[in-house]
Design a protein around this ligand. Structure first.
Ligand SMILES: [Zn+2]
Ligand SMILES: [Zn+2]
Length: 331
């Protein structure tokens, strides 16, 4: 099976290897992961991407594990729209159990919407657009299961999960202690998620959770601390490429120590007080001074200025790498 797997992996450009038995795939701007159980050859899907991810996930599964292969379970790091986009379709077709933390259940069973995104946090186009991101719940009540209380991960005996709230109430991260692999979801990410350029070009940077969709910064800080203490050797997250070794250690410590400066936005709806939720869903959202009209004007001028700057840069510089760096700074 090993050789077979190796050949299949080399024939595909759709996905990447994170570590032994772990593969990832980026769909537009978000990652999904497939993890093999070495003891029985079964596998688990971690998150379900966007609604466009369905056929890509199926294709990846077929290439890695054989035609019509299906996982023993689907594990959700959290229920944001970019992590559950193809979930309903896959869960129904495969008829496999889906697991999440109990505090995430209201958003997966049609009970509660997430707090709205915050387009005022700055950092780039992804933030500016966040007022338009879906926050309504999906409903997979007939497939959803609560993760075991003892932090074990169904279908993955080598792994443990950790509750890492802040980005969402029931957010979890997965850790394989044997070789220090962390699947962090969006508790922290390996690119600057607020910047469209950074996300599209996959520029590596250990960062806090996406600023525009994080409604509780005190919990988010505590979660990064929890993950830092695990001393992971590999970090793969919901957005960005996997990062390894010293690069991870150094920047994760820095992020944890200087969280308020490096991760928390200077301004925003959820800075002074968080959105509050319980097992029934969201129960309080701080008021917003967001003005949609003003934001659309800002967005249009932002796109116009950025496009003009990009054209200028393209003309002036023939050095591709330099173009990328300058564009990144501007966006
Ligand atoms: Zn998220
Ligand atoms: Zn995400």
């Amino acid at each position: 099976m090993g050789n077979n797997l190796h050949l299949k992996r080399n024939n595909s450009r759709n996905f990447f290897t994170v570590a032994p038995g772990i593969w990832g795939m980026k769909d537009i701007f978000v990652n999904i992961y497939m993890i093999m159980n070495p003891f029985d050859g079964n596998w688990v899907l971690v998150d379900a991407g966007l609604f466009t991810s369905y056929s890509k996930i199926k294709k990846m599964a077929a290439r890695l594990f054989g035609d019509n292969s299906q996982p023993s379970a689907i594990i959700l790091t959290h229920g944001h729209f970019d992590h559950v986009g193809s979930l309903q379709k896959l869960a129904e077709e495969w008829n496999v159990p889906v697991y999440s933390h109990y505090l995430e259940i209201p958003y997966l069973t049609g009970k509660s919407s997430y707090p709205p995104g915050d387009p005022t946090v700055g950092g780039g186009l992804m933030s500016l657009m966040s007022w338009a991101y879906p926050k309504h719940p999906i409903n997979i009540w007939n497939h959803i299961n609560i993760l075991p209380e003892n932090e074990t991960v169904p279908g993955l005996p080598e792994w443990k999960y950790f509750h890492t709230p802040g980005h969402s109430p029931g957010h979890i991260s997965l850790f394989r202690e044997g070789d220090g692999v962390l699947i962090a979801g969006d508790a922290l990410v390996t690119t600057k998620a607020e910047s469209a350029f950074s996300v599209m070009l996959q520029i590596k940077k250990i960062s806090g959770p996406p600023k525009y969709f994080t409604p509780d910064w005190v919990s988010a800080r505590q979660s990064v601390k929890t993950l830092m203490k695990l001393e992971p050797k590999t970090v793969a997250s919901g957005h960005g490429k996997p990062m390894y070794g010293k690069e991870v250690r150094k920047s994760l410590h820095k992020l944890s120590e200087d969280f308020y400066h490096l991760a928390v936005p200077v301004q925003g709806r959820y800075i002074l007080e968080p959105a509050v939720s319980d097992a029934s869903g969201v129960i309080y959202i701080p008021p917003s001074n967001f003005n949609k009209k003003r934001m659309v004007i800002k967005l249009l001028s932002f796109v116009a200025v950025s496009a003009a700057a990009y054209v200028l840069l393209k003309q002036k510089s023939k050095n591709k790498r330099r173009q990328e760096i300058l564009s990144y700074e501007i966006w």
